[in-house]
Design a protein around this ligand. Structure first.
Ligand code: S3P
Length: 174
């Protein structure tokens, strides 16, 4: 599928654990549009986990590197992007998100907490296993307005399978 002018890139945004990295490959297959997972790319560029990058360089520097990569890569159009949960924190990134077709995967914080606690395969520096619902809620509330201002559509993902979410996205794009 050739993405239209308005949606030269498709961006999946949302909190960690909202399903961006699982949805992007399936959406890519269905639309026949290649996808990029920014966290995975950064891990292979640094040859280190994001957790290590955070602890060696600080979060502030990670954000600069993440943004530099994002701004540079998105000059190529016709991609689907699974972004890191904090992509909306930088103004330059938000500008890019607003110029594409951006989908907010909105997952209730209690569901996110359960998912993150059960997914030990991906280490997230902003998530600690003892984290409380209130701490995670605080992060969501700090970011909510940015997620909302950048998104063309918001998909509530609770009670939906990955296939259902992908179908919903495809309907919205067409
Ligand atoms: C982050 C989310 C992570 C990763 C980094 C920071 C965040 O990506 O970029 O740990 O600030 O929310 P996921 O959203 O893919 O977990």
């Amino acid at each position: 599928m050739q993405l239209t002018n308005k949606s030269q890139n498709i961006f999946l945004i949302g909190m960690m654990g909202s399903g961006k990295s699982s949805i992007a490959p399936l959406l890519s297959k269905k639309l026949n549009v290649s996808y990029v997972d920014t966290d995975k790319d950064l891990i292979s560029i640094f040859d280190e986990t994001i957790e290590d990058v955070f602890s060696k360089l600080t979060e502030h520097k990670f954000r600069i590197l993440e943004s530099t990569y994002f701004i540079e890569h998105t000059k190529q159009k016709q991609h689907i992007y699974a972004t890191g949960g904090g992509i909306i924190l930088k103004k330059g990134n938000r500008k890019i998100l607003k110029n594409g077709f951006t989908i907010l995967l909105d997952t209730p914080i209690n569901v996110i907490l359960k998912r993150l606690q059960s997914n030990k395969s991906k280490h997230r520096p902003l998530f600690k296993y003892g984290q409380t619902l209130n701490e995670l809620k605080k992060l969501w509330l700090q970011r909510k307005k940015y997620y909302h201002e950048c998104s063309n559509i918001i998909i509530n993902t609770e009670f939906k399978t990955i296939d259902e979410i992908v179908l919903e996205i495809i309907k919205a794009i067409k």
